[in-house]
Ligand binder design. Structure first.
Ligand code: AMP
Length: 277
């Protein structure tokens, strides 16, 4: 595979008129972000693409674009993408019920689910919360920021295959692809039992629940259009080694080299009551 490089982009806007924020992240509004693992020969092209993306984002004009290009020393772990399907859901109350049902059948307690709903409602985090599956305790060292899953990517030809499969379902967008890549890395971390995500983008109303057991389940209409709330939570087994989990999520390079099935709309019962599960 050769040496891989991690390329990360973050575009932001100053919150105040002052062009001198205390630090890169302390006083700015997130506009867009992207990242991936690439061969050295691809670095220039990808960096150009990311800059283009940062300069032309519907969320607004960026005042600062940070690009990090880093030689990855650790050998990447190779994984498959999670199988994807869309759960039929027509409105937010139903969506919430579906999320609860899915998470509880994955062994997450009602209390832990409530904690995740609360933080999604509040919004405004840069990363994800880490919540213990039984007691519902939050374990990220910085509760305001959360933990960022990073150093993840997909092989170039595998990426084309994934785009094709998603396009056939009418969901071949960067948003779906990137969320699936992220969720696949998160699910490959053994102590993680499940993830829930609701985008904070007011126009993007499809959330998801992801797990090794049920795969990546898109949930349309999880929130009303125009709502700015959103967030992410990773549920981990009680008494897991949190430091090791965070190191894996943030620093371990993980690359997707196989694509699993991508299916259209199914009912929540089909997922939960499948005989082999
Ligand atoms: P998005 O789907 O990009 O709108 O993100 C939804 C929420 O997920 C954000 O508000 C953050 O709290 C969280 N988030 C975004 N990117 C990451 C990441 N790389 N790792 C962990 N959490 C993230």
């Amino acid at each position: 595979m050769g040496n891989l490089w991690s390329i990360r982009m973050r575009a932001s806007k100053f919150k105040t008129q002052s062009p001198k924020p205390k630090s890169q992240n302390s006083n700015d509004i997130h506009i867009s972000g992207a990242e991936g693992l690439y061969k050295k020969s691809e670095v220039q092209k990808i960096a150009r693409n990311y800059i283009e993306r940062a300069l032309n984002h519907p969320r607004g004009k960026a005042d600062r674009i940070a690009i990090t290009i880093e030689d990855i020393k650790r050998k990447p772990r190779v994984i498959s993408s999670l199988p994807l399907a869309t759960v039929s859901c027509s409105k937010p109350v139903e969506g919430k019920q579906i999320v609860r049902e899915l998470l509880q059948s994955l062994g997450i307690s009602g209390k832990a689910v409530d904690v995740s709903f609360e933080l999604i409602k509040k919004g405004n985090m840069r990363g994800a919360a880490i919540i213990t599956a039984e007691k519902g305790e939050r374990l990220e060292p910085d509760l305001k920021r959360g933990v960022r899953a990073s150093r993840l990517g997909i092989d170039k030809s595998v990426s084309k295959m994934l785009s094709l499969k998603l396009s056939r379902l009418g969901i071949g967008t960067d948003t779906v692809r990137e969320a699936l890549i992220l969720a696949s890395k998160v699910a490959s971390c053994t102590p993680v039992m499940a993830e829930v995500c609701v985008s904070d983008d007011p126009d993007y109303t499809t959330g998801y629940v992801a797990s090794r057991k049920f795969g990546y389940l898109r949930i349309p209409n999880i929130k009303h259009t125009g709502s700015k709330s959103g967030g992410r939570a990773f549920f981990i087994r009680e008494r897991s080694n949190v430091k090791a989990v965070i190191d894996y999520l943030e620093r371990m390079p993980v690359i997707i080299e196989r694509v699993a099935s991508c299916r259209g709309t199914i009912s929540v019962n089909e997922i939960i009551n499948r005989p082999d599960k």
